[in-house]
Design a protein around this ligand. Structure first.
Ligand SMILES: C[S@@+](CC[C@H](N)C(=O)[O-])C[C@H]1O[C@@H](n2cnc3c(N)ncnc32)[C@H](O)[C@@H]1O
Length: 277
């Protein structure tokens, strides 16, 4: 395949590359090409290890993964790392789960590179916000059911200066709510949505490790989901989908078996390998 016409193969010092949500087959062609020729790969926790095998054997691999609540490297040090390697003339791929600009702090890294005068490009990735619901058989919009969706963080940290989410306004303004990083705050989120008028029987799906062999889904009503034992035990990474589209899963769950309401279903491993794609 010839290089993307919008990206002639000129050397770009840093590429902020979306690795997709888990299944390595969801990496973009452009991202893979850059990864294969990178001198340095700086990667996160949610990046599938099979993708790292695509880098040159002699490429420097730097893990800067962030598990929830336990940051391996502060963001400013990640920024400095990118600037330092690029300043030494190395082709750097900053490989991030999903899309770099969807709750990925890619914007901050781009700002740091721009401030340092380092050329960079952004390779968007398949975001978990849409791909994880899709692998659970949930279209985030559906004719006659949902004509809008919002992607929201459930992890608000005032200390970090993040803007707070107005759950009360979102409750009835948007048909489908997709919440990332929301497992811990699920009880508060559900309460806020119910208080603001969202129907108690609105279906909710929690999808853990979506698009991977370990994908697991729990479904329940908005007014009960936070108390279901199967939901309570789900640890991140989880995408929460709130809205009537969740019910479509009964017919559209194509990746493993469908979970019953309020039950977790360990879904069969069907994530194809990169080589198979
Ligand atoms: C820091 S955000 C990064 C989102 C990423 N940039 C994207 O576009 O998908 C991390 C959160 O994304 C969600 N997430 C990412 N990959 C996931 C997966 N395979 N299954 C379920 N949730 C996932 C979870 O909510 C997780 O806590």
């Amino acid at each position: 395949m010839s290089p993307h016409p919008a990206h002639p193969d000129e050397p770009v010092n840093v590429a902020l590359v979306g690795a997709g949500p888990g299944d390595p087959g969801l990496m973009t062609v452009r991202g893979l090409a850059l990864l294969r020729r990178a001198d340095v790969v700086v990667y996160d926790r949610l990046v599938d290890p099979r993708l790292l095998d695509e880098a040159r054997p002699d490429a420097i691999r730097v893990f800067v993964g962030k598990a929830s609540g336990a940051h391996t490297l502060p963001q400013r040090e990640i920024n400095a790392l990118l600037v330092r390697h690029a300043g030494r003339g190395r082709r750097v791929v900053r490989l991030k789960g999903g899309d770099p600009f969807v709750f990925g702090r890619g914007g901050e890294e781009a700002e740091a590179l721009a401030a340092a005068g380092i050329p960079f490009e952004v390779v968007p990735g398949v975001s978990s916000a849409v791909a994880v619901p899709a692998y659970a058989g949930i279209p985030v919009t559906h004719r006659g059911t949902a004509s809008s969706f919002a992607v929201v963080t459930g992890h608000e940290d005032e200390a970090k200066g993040e803007a707070s989410v107005d759950w009360a306004r979102l409750a009835t303004a948007v048909d489908t709510l997709v919440v990332l990083m929301g497992t811990r705050s699920l009880p508060q989120i559900a309460r806020a949505l119910l208080d603001a008028g969202r129907r108690p029987d609105t279906p909710v799906a929690l999808v853990r490790w979506g698009t991977t062999d370990a994908q697991e889904t729990v479904v329940g009503r908005l007014d009960e989901i936070a108390t279901l034992p199967a939901a309570v035990r789900l640890a991140p990474p989880v995408v929460i989908v709130i809205g009537d589209v969740v019910a479509l899963r009964e017919r559209l769950a194509w990746f493993g078996g469908a979970a019953g309401v309020g039950e977790a279903a360990a879904e069969s491993p069907r994530a194809p390998s990169l080589a198979a794609r």
